[in-house]
Design a protein around this ligand. Structure first.
Ligand SMILES: Cc1cc2nc3c(=O)[nH]c(=O)nc-3n(C[C@H](O)[C@H](O)[C@H](O)COP(=O)(O)OP(=O)(O)OC[C@H]3O[C@@H](n4cnc5c(N)ncnc54)[C@H](O)[C@@H]3O)c2cc1C
Length: 406
């Protein structure tokens, strides 16, 4: 391991060796096909080669490694389960999940770059767009030649997107778009934005807004202590004239954005387990190598309790998402089932990151290990795409039949 101290005196472990090994306590690999395992190994190698050597440095500087957008396209990380005829992967939902798991094992921000593009930009264009829109945008989004973002959240409407005030007014062959979106992943670098806005009847419509349209700006949000390697911004619309040809014709209402969120939440359910596996892997190795009171700290029962609980939770989460994947492949995964898995994976991953930090002692707060970066990232992952509590309410409503949101 090299110590690359930089000019700020900050320890820069950009050349840190990535010693990660997968963890499969219940032989879940036996439930996976050769294609799944191939996809996993390919993305794992790519992450070790392209992400691990640079990620601490980029996260430290709160800078997005923009050069990875193209690489993510090359490994098929954008819309892996969308059809091959549009340049996408044509894989199944388990492959999509495994790819997200491996990317997030590297960094939640890198996984976010990919899942926004695939699930929140490409998926709505595929599902609700015209054939012309599909052909125009999907192949270029699949390669990373175009970057997209998804605008649903507003400054005053986060968990309650139905209250949005961004709106469109009919103006002949175009709509005039006004309003603002907040917390938008990829927005400052995006070529296009899939934006959700209310029409004059109050119905939510999806539009493809292109960079360069007059009145459309994308200021960056600074000061994040989480997802620092992912770029986040606003979308501001001041009388933007959006041609009617850019409206997604095949959906009206909140079910449009919510179905995209289901697709993305499914990926997060897998992805967060990747971050948990990385924390566990690092903690396990540290517990075998770090000696205190004359023996490796892994020999102490309190350390074993932490590690045993971590691998138990990882294994339970792996089984949950595998089953969710088989349901998704059969077109039977419900939004409420996806909510349960998203909430569970994020929650256990954050707990595991905190326990792993303790096992690493003081070293756990440094960028010599990935723990603190994962822990900070997971605070966002727990919150975006529906907060921890919102997903609990979704499960509560599903089992009781009562809506406790309002
Ligand atoms: C880094 C980052 C990237 C993001 N990327 C995107 C993106 O690309 N596109 C996009 O559209 N959005 C994005 N988001 C926004 C994200 O989805 C929202 O932050 C999230 O939905 C929560 O909304 P909020 O932050 O406004 O919190 P609020 O909705 O204000 O919630 C605050 C708290 O109140 C609780 N709460 C709210 N309503 C209820 C209720 N009925 N009952 C009980 N508790 C309740 C919540 O659980 C939470 O704890 C991103 C956010 C972050 C931080």
């Amino acid at each position: 391991m090299q110590d690359n101290g930089n000019s700020n005196g900050v320890v820069n472990k950009s050349a840190r060796e990535d010693r990660f090994q997968g963890h499969d306590y219940y032989n879940i690999d036996e439930l996976l096909s050769d294609d799944h395992l191939l996809a996993r190994d390919a993305v794992r190698s790519w992450v070790k080669q392209e992400v691990s050597p640079i990620i601490e440095d980029y996260a430290n500087r709160a800078e997005c490694p923009k050069h990875l957008f193209k690489g993510l396209g090359e490994i098929g990380a954008y819309g892996p389960s969308l059809p091959a005829e549009y340049g996408c992967g044509g894989m199944d939902e388990i492959s999509y999940g495994i790819i997200m798991q491996e990317l997030e094992r590297g960094d939640s921000g890198i996984r976010s770059m990919a899942s926004v593009q695939g699930s929140l930009v490409m998926y709505p264009i595929y599902k609700f767009g015209s054939e012309e829109q599909r052909k125009k945008y999907l192949p270029k989004l699949a390669t990373g030649e175009l970057i997209g973002c998804f605008g649903l959240t507003e400054p005053d409407h986060g968990s309650d997107p139905g209250g949005m005030i961004t709106n469109i007014k009919d103006d002949g062959d175009a709509y005039i778009l006004n309003g603002a979106k907040m917390w938008i992943t990829n927005s400052p670098v995006a070529d296009i934005a899939v934006v959700w806005a209310k029409d004059e009847e109050g119905k939510i419509r999806g539009l493809i807004v292109e960079r360069g349209m007059k009145g459309f700006t994308t200021p960056e949000i600074h000061g994040k202590w989480s997802l620092r390697a992912s770029i986040t911004g606003e979308l501001v619309f001041e009388d933007v004239r959006v041609p009617k040809a850019n409206v997604l014709p095949n959906v009206k209402g909140l079910k449009g954005p919510l179905s995209c969120l289901s697709k993305a939440r499914y990926g997060i359910a897998w992805g967060a387990i990747g971050a948990a596996m990385d924390c566990y892997d690092s903690a396990l190795r540290y517990s075998q190598e770090r000696v205190q009171f004359g023996k490796p700290i892994g020999q102490f029962q309190l350390t074993q309790k932490k590690l045993a609980e971590m691998i138990t939770e990882i294994t339970k989460a792996q089984l949950l998402v595998w089953r969710l994947g088989t349901l998704a492949n059969a077109g039977k995964a419900t939004p409420a089932q996806i909510s349960m898995a998203k909430r569970n994976s994020c929650n256990i991953a954050l707990q595991i990151a905190r326990e792993a930090r303790q096992i690493h002692g003081g070293m756990g707060i440094t960028n010599e290990y990935p723990i603190m970066r994962h822990m900070m990232n997971l605070e966002t992952v727990l919150t975006y795409e529906g907060t921890h509590d919102i997903h609990l309410l979704i499960t509560g409503m599903d089992v009781t039949g009562f809506n406790a949101f309002k």
